[in-house]
Design a protein around this ligand. Structure first.
Ligand code: DND
Length: 228
């Protein structure tokens, strides 16, 4: 089967998962894994799974950013990024991909996504998962205080980001905004999307850093100058 056929098939399976979940999602705990995912890699997946298990979350919704407000560089087409998330998550029953942001034409701010999710999943408790780097930058986000009113935040440790500094920042945010934020140790995986893009530009391997199907997708679409 070609990778395009696989994406089409997985799209349908994922939409069914999403629909089923929307109908049965009162009084549950949803983890949100938001990201540019350019591309998604194994650390994103491992963090999501680790936190789902630790916090007894019912499902993790992966939400690829549509038009991220915080990226100046040219990012990969949102549907390619969405497809790669789809290919990475389909085999985990507790992972679902949401197209809530890729469907939007304007800039995609987390606050709008959280408001939207609160309408869909009425009585659900929302846990927004970030890396420690993202939580340290959160005051640059649109309507930061409102984000904290709508969701709990879980900040995963990340290699290269000092836990001491992250915890100080979290304490400051909690005091200032009455925010519900916890930092959680996750096993260190020093992988970043930037590293993967650089490897591809230099024609170097990304095997085992991303799921096999993501690697196949990248090469078949010649993303990140791979194979040129
Ligand atoms: P990134 O571009 O950092 O995602 O975006 C993360 C989320 O922040 C998205 O949902 C954005 O929409 C939201 N955001 C950002 C800026 C402004 C606003 C919203 C706003 O509303 O104004 P990446 O694809 O780079 O990474 C996804 C997540 O995974 C991030 O939280 C990142 O820190 C984390 N991560 C790791 N954590 C631990 N170990 C690693 C990691 N690699 C990525 N190796």
């Amino acid at each position: 089967m070609t990778i395009n056929n696989l994406v089409n098939e997985y799209f349908i399976v994922n939409q069914e998962k999403l629909k089923k979940f929307e109908n049965e999602s009162n009084n549950i705990k949803i983890g949100i894994m938001g990201g540019t995912f350019d591309p998604i890699h194994c650390a994103h997946l491992a963090i999501a799974e680790f936190i789902r298990d630790n916090y007894k979350l019912d499902k993790i919704l992966f939400i690829p950013s549509g038009n991220p407000p915080h990226k100046d560089r040219n990012i990969t087409d949102k549907y390619d990024r969405y497809n790669m998330v789809l290919l990475s998550t389909i085999n985990n029953d507790d992972f679902i991909v949401s197209d809530i942001e890729v469907k939007r034409e304007d800039k995609t701010y987390t606050i709008d996504t959280l408001k939207n999710l609160k309408q869909i999943y009425k009585d659900a408790e929302i846990y927004f998962i970030t890396g420690a780097d993202a939580i340290c930058d959160i005051e640059t986000w649109k309507d930061v205080e409102d984000n904290f009113k709508l969701a709990n935040f879980i900040a995963a440790t990340r290699p290269g980001i000092s836990l001491l500094i992250a915890n100080e920042k979290i304490k400051e945010l909690k005091d200032k905004y009455n925010a519900n934020i916890e930092s959680v140790y996750v096993p260190s995986l020093d992988i970043s999307s930037t590293y993967i893009r650089n490897q591809l530009k230099r024609n170097k391997t990304i095997r085992y850093l991303v799921p096999e199907l993501v690697e196949e997708y990248i090469h078949s679409k010649k993303l990140y100058n791979s194979g040129e």
